[in-house]
Design a protein around this ligand. Structure first.
Ligand code: OFO
Length: 172
């Protein structure tokens, strides 16, 4: 059985993952409006992944005999100062998510809730990827000098991204 504190923390993380999905859907819409269809695709897939993260947390709460506590999902920003600004906001956001996940891992360890600790480690590793991906895209944009013409190369690259359920096959 999950403790009350971990139920609250995991429920807040369900909300945070849905906020991430909402944020990335908003970024997808922004990129689409600006004509960057490939970047819009990348964010659309990213939003799908975030929803999968949320549902997986929700399932863990239920499996451990607790009830998730649902709260309002904050509205994401609607406009940005360009594509570089978007990815810088992604990196800042993901660093915040990493801090939240690390806090849950520490709570689970302190409570000796080994099942939750083991469960949340998948998210700890995922955050390394999330920060790395955003950081690499920002580096590419910096190399391109934020030039709209060169950004179209990045756009083509990001158009290739497809959705794979991160939990298909019971990976976590
Ligand atoms: Fe769920 O990894 Fe991003 O926020």
């Amino acid at each position: 059985m999950l403790s009350e504190a971990l139920t609250k923390a995991l429920s807040e993380q369900v909300n945070a993952e849905y906020y991430s999905a909402y944020l990335y859907l908003g970024m997808s819409a922004y990129a689409d409006r600006e004509g960057y269809k490939g970047i819009a695709n990348w964010f659309f897939i990213q939003a799908q992944e975030e929803r999968a993260h949320a549902v997986h947390l929700y399932q863990h709460i239920l499996e451990r005999g607790a009830s998730p506590v649902f709260t309002d999902i904050q509205a994401p920003p609607a406009s940005f100062a360009g594509i570089k600004d978007v990815f810088e906001k992604v990196l800042a956001h993901e660093r915040g998510v990493t801090a939240r996940i690390n806090k849950i891992a520490s709570m689970a360890a302190e409570e000796k809730d080994h099942a939750t600790y083991n469960f949340i480690l998948w998210y700890v590793n995922e955050q390394v990827e999330e920060e790395k991906n955003a950081g690499e895209i920002i580096s590419k944009i910096n190399l391109m000098g934020n030039s709209p013409a060169l950004l179209f190369h990045l756009d083509s690259e990001l158009a290739a991204r497809t959705f794979t359920d991160p939990f298909a096959g019971g990976s976590a």
